[in-house]
Write a protein that binds this ligand. Structure first.
Ligand code: SF4
Length: 241
């Protein structure tokens, strides 16, 4: 715990909580869990599937985001005993220097649930975050996301996440060229292939299935793991599942 302890009247800006459901992506695919989706992001990916967490041009963020007490977030996230809680966004590590973040992690630890954090890999985990989180699902963005390279690639943050020994790396790819970009990216940043999950981009099963044909074999040959998008296969593009 931090010196100040847990204060569940602390707040965080969230988009939503939902679950129990299942983790749809990465090495925890199929694990029963609940999600806490925080607001705000430092990137602006062209194909982002949660722009309502950060895009003030397209959404009224005063409507889509709510400052919520940690006690309420915890109650909602732990409903029906999910076993694992995934903290996502937006970019959740933008919140990690706030009191509400420390109280949230502390309360989840006291509840005995596993904590997974999904991050875009541009933020260094601070000491308490690195200690308390069980797994970082790091999803660096490739060129097709449209963000400038110096914003989406932060070598210091990638190195710090690797140093926690709790990070896996998940890349959204569309075609063979993207798989090759993942190879170059991971080699440049010292990310071992066995920590890499490659996942097709798409929000419907037809698109996902079509992309597997081009990416699956080259990804396996490169030493990477594959990840489906299980929630898309089950529920399509439905929000909050
Ligand atoms: S990093 Fe994630 S949340 Fe942020 S814009 Fe990109 S896809 Fe969306």
């Amino acid at each position: 715990m931090t010196d100040r302890g847990i204060n569940t009247t602390d707040t965080l800006v969230i988009r939503e909580t939902f679950g129990p459901t299942v983790q749809g992506e990465g090495p925890s695919t199929g694990r029963r869990c609940s999600f806490i989706r925080l607001g705000g992001c430092n990137l602006a990916c062209e194909w982002c599937d949660t722009p309502e967490t950060w895009d003030g041009d397209r959404f009224d963020l005063r409507q889509t985001l709510t400052r919520t007490p940690v006690a309420e977030i915890i109650t909602r996230a732990l409903k029906d005993d999910p076993g694992m809680v995934v903290i996502t966004g937006g970019e959740p590590l933008l919140h990690q220097r706030k009191d509400g973040w420390h109280s949230l992690l502390g309360a989840l630890i006291l509840a005995g649930v596993e904590i997974e954090v999904e991050t875009n890999g541009t933020q260094e985990p601070e000491v308490h975050t690195a200690r308390w989180v069980d797994r970082f699902n790091v999803s660096p963005k490739l060129a097709h996301a449209g963000d400038p390279a110096d914003k989406r690639i932060r070598p210091g943050a990638l190195h710090a996440l690797l140093e926690t020994r709790k990070a896996v790396f998940k890349f959204v790819v569309r075609d063979l060229a993207d798989v090759q970009e993942v190879q170059a990216f991971t080699a440049a940043h010292g990310i071992p292939p066995h920590l890499v999950w490659v996942m097709p981009e798409g929000t419907d099963t037809a698109t996902l299935s079509a992309r597997w044909g081009e990416i699956a074999d080259p990804a396996i040959t490169a030493g990477f793991n594959l990840s489906h998008r299980l929630h898309v296969a089950i529920w399509g593009d439905e929000k909050g599942r």
